[in-house]
Design a protein around this ligand. Structure first.
Ligand SMILES: Cc1cc2nc3c(=O)[nH]c(=O)nc-3n(C[C@H](O)[C@H](O)[C@H](O)COP(=O)(O)OP(=O)(O)OC[C@H]3O[C@@H](n4cnc5c(N)ncnc54)[C@H](O)[C@@H]3O)c2cc1C
Length: 462
């Protein structure tokens, strides 16, 4: 017999569970389907949260090592990899278990299984025990994305993606990371702290493509000093699996081979839109697997919405949750739209990199006239007292009105600090608004205020 939901949400990542909970709070009978046994999607199970738990451990190891230059020395760390893994898993299960409780409290029915559309108002869900047909009045597609795999890579347990890396099965002596983006470099930091020698191969001309070059520079300098090699404008064209893994690398200077004990593939993610049978429901999916939408998160079918990684870049959890609230509210008859002025991106590397709104690189590419104002952390008392004067806070401004169009930060806690810039951009603030806001001293947060003062011509700290 077929079941029925007012609102069916497919995928229980940050997009899906947020949409389900918001719609339930607005009075809907909601069903939430996910192929995984636990809620939380990629973010909680194999993404944001486990990576940050491991980065925290890496930070402990690195900070302890750096204590020596401040007069405090600890012995070499004793790393119990099983205990580290268990701790990471305990953080994940606490959060996913918490979500199950929140779903129950809202009477959101959860189903474990893989959904596929069989018509505009029905899906078939393949569950561990068989199959269920679920009818719906409205649906929200939140099926997320998967890691991109390179076709030339052999099937070998020593070659893994971010999900495999987070399992932390062992610490390979030599680790090659394909991709110098956020995920690749976060994992590099974890494995380096645990003892791996790291080589990064990145196809583009800089690591963290997307961030401005001056913001990436302090991170690049630090990593170059610590890692075996960072090869830019370099492709890995083959990996041969023998006693060791032999990778073929290629750049403008030629081709060479190098041996590794493990390879992490972190070359990006692809949306899961193509595997849903969405066409059967009349929902368009692009050749790349994305689902096109209007600003109310509606697909071409008025009663079917889509959110999160499957609808486009940037593939980030906080974009998914905000889109989710819009989709749920519109589905419940409210007036809402997804029209943010900025979506922040953060690399939780050391130093952290964060940016939001317009970057200088983007402005140049678009031929937009902008002015930038920076404050180097070498002049920040707080940064120096932490031994981290390499940071930089930067604003991208309209040269005529002083309006803040973008912000970027490299340095400790950049991911936390960028939030005040996001608020400024969202509120349409100009440099004077930020410069006249009294920031506490001595903090890293005041470096953004100082950058605004630099634009205003009122800076006295430099
Ligand atoms: C290692 C790593 C670290 C990351 N770190 C961060 C970070 O620090 N900050 C950040 O903002 N983002 C981070 N991300 C990205 C973030 O995880 C994603 O942007 C976010 O999870 C997207 O949410 P979503 O709801 O769109 O989908 P997902 O979280 O991908 O969830 C989709 C869910 O749908 C399920 N599903 C798919 N198809 C079906 C189907 N047919 N039927 C039923 N269920 C289905 C999947 O099993 C999955 O559970 C990270 C990603 C990775 C891999």
């Amino acid at each position: 017999m077929s079941e029925h939901a007012d609102l069916l949400v497919i995928g229980a990542g940050p997009g899906g569970y947020t949409a389900a909970f918001r719609a339930a709070d607005l009075g809907r009978k909601v069903m939430l389907v996910d192929s995984r046994p636990t809620l939380g999607g990629v973010c909680l199970n194999v993404g944001c949260i486990p990576s940050k738990a491991l980065l925290h451990v890496a930070g402990l190891i690195d900070n302890a090592a750096e204590g020596a230059s401040h007069g405090v020395s600890f012995g070499a760390p004793q790393i119990d990899i099983d205990a580290v893994r268990k701790w990471k898993e305990s953080v994940v299960s606490r959060l996913t278990g918490g979500l199950a409780g929140l779903a129950k409290r809202r009477k959101v029915a959860t189903v474990q299984g893989t959904a596929r559309f069989t018509g505009p108002h029905e899906v078939q869900v393949t569950t561990p025990d068989g199959s269920r047909r679920i009818g719906f009045d409205q649906a929200i597609i939140a099926v997320g994305s998967s890691p991109i795999w390179l076709p030339f890579l052999p099937d070998d347990p020593r070659i893994f993606d971010s999900t495999g890396a987070l399992e932390l099965k062992s610490v390979p002596p030599r680790l090659l990371i394909l991709g110098g983006g956020i995920i690749g470099l976060e994992m590099a930091q974890v494995y380096h702290a645990m003892g791996s020698r790291i080589t990064v191969a990145e196809r583009m001309g800089q690591i963290i493509p997307g961030a401005d070059a001056d913001i990436v520079k302090p991170l690049m300098s630090r990593l170059k000093a610590r890692y075996e090699a960072i090869h830019l404008e370099t492709s890995v064209t083959a990996v041969a699996a023998g006693e060791v893994l032999t990778a073929s690398l290629e750049n403008a200077n030629g081709m060479w081979q190098a041996e590794f004990d493990a390879v992490l593939v972190a070359v990006g993610r692809r949306p899961n839109g193509a595997e849903l049978g969405a066409g059967t429901a009349g929902v368009t999916v692009t050749g790349h697997g994305f689902i096109p939408l209007d600003s109310q998160m509606r697909t071409g079918q008025k009663h079917i919405f889509a959110i999160g990684d499957v609808v486009g870049q940037p593939m980030l959890a906080h974009k998914a949750t905000h889109e989710a609230k819009v989709a749920a509210e519109v589905a419940c008859g409210h007036s809402a739209a997804f029209e943010p002025r900025c979506i922040p991106s953060v690399a939780y590397t050391d130093p952290e990199i964060a940016w939001a709104g317009l970057t200088e690189t983007q402005a140049k590419a678009e031929g937009r006239k902008v002015k930038t104002a920076t404050f180097p952390w070498a002049a920040s008392g707080r940064a120096l007292s932490m031994g981290r004067g390499e940071g930089l806070s930067k604003l991208v401004l309209d040269p005529d009105t002083g309006r803040i169009l973008g912000a970027a930060i490299v340095g400790a806690n950049a991911g936390e600090l960028i939030a005040s810039a996001c608020h400024a951009i969202e509120m349409g603030s100009d440099a004077a608004d930020l410069a006249l806001t009294i920031h506490p001293h001595p903090t890293l947060s005041e470096t953004l205020g100082f950058a605004a003062e630099a634009f205003e011509g009122t800076l006295t700290d430099l």
